[in-house]
Design a binder for this molecule. Structure first.
Ligand code: ATP
Length: 220
């Protein structure tokens, strides 16, 4: 089976600064790879490079066997490589529903009204609290609800591979448990790359783990 996400010798950083290099990984659609590592190890930089938010310094990224070349972030998202950023990046002045509606402009297949509505219904099913609060502005949500909204927004893009950057950050333990339940429901639908510092959370979700150490990804 062709892996969903495959990197070979991927390298990234900022300008002249190299943060990680030689990252070679494969991820099947039923896998969840967890990436641990201390602050500043380069985990976010890796995800941002995969998502096309930073230029690759070297190496290749394939999605379902096709090279993404130098595709930009919007092209990668449209192709199905979708990131849920650290800090959620919800648009505060827009309602929950409007935050989801933003994805309609992505041009991903099935953005017609009927399939959009179906996906919104699926989001409400997975996140009943968001359904209740659909007409409230993003900044009226709790941290946990904002994280759920960030994930719901990514799901609207029908990802083939989902990149999650520290989703438990700043969340109360009870919300972290809820989030684990949500992720467990998503396993098997698409490949997931999960960056986390919360080992206990990660252990309940991932199928494999690795650690970012000295700019390299090491299997653990
Ligand atoms: P954290 O858990 O704190 O997010 P991380 O493993 O995700 O840690 P990164 O945020 O990827 O680490 O940072 C890796 C390195 O890149 C750090 O040394 C950091 O200082 C540096 N860095 C991060 N953002 C920038 C930037 N915009 N410009 C230059 N260097 C940066």
């Amino acid at each position: 089976m062709t892996p969903v996400l495959e990197t070979n010798g991927l390298a990234g950083g900022y300008g002249e600064l190299s943060v990680f290099h030689g990252v070679t990984l494969t991820l099947a659609s039923n896998e969840v790879l967890g990436i641990l590592g201390p602050n500043g190890a380069g985990k976010t930089t890796l995800l941002r490079t995969l998502a096309g938010l930073l230029p690759q310094q070297g190496g290749t990224v394939n999605l379902e066997g096709r090279s993404l070349g130098r595709a930009q972030a919007w092209q990668r998202a449209r192709a199905g490589l979708v990131m849920v950023p650290e800090g959620r990046q919800i648009i505060p002045g827009l309602t929950v529903l409007e935050n989801l509606e933003l994805t309609r402009a992505s041009g991903r297949s099935g953005s017609d009204a009927a399939s959009f509505n179906t996906r919104v219904e699926q989001a409400w099913e997975l996140f009943p609290r968001l359904a209740e609060r659909r007409h409230q502005p993003g900044d009226a949500l709790s941290g946990g609800e904002q994280q759920m909204l960030a994930i719901a927004r990514a799901l609207m893009m029908q990802p083939k591979a989902l990149l999650l950057d520290e989703p438990t950050q700043g969340l109360a333990p009870i919300v972290v448990q809820e989030l684990r339940g949500v992720l467990q429901k998503l396993v098997g639908r698409f490949a997931i790359l999960l960056v986390e510092q919360n080992r206990a959370f990660m252990a309940g979700v991932v199928t494999r783990s690795a650690e970012m150490r000295d700019g390299r990804l090491v299997a653990i």
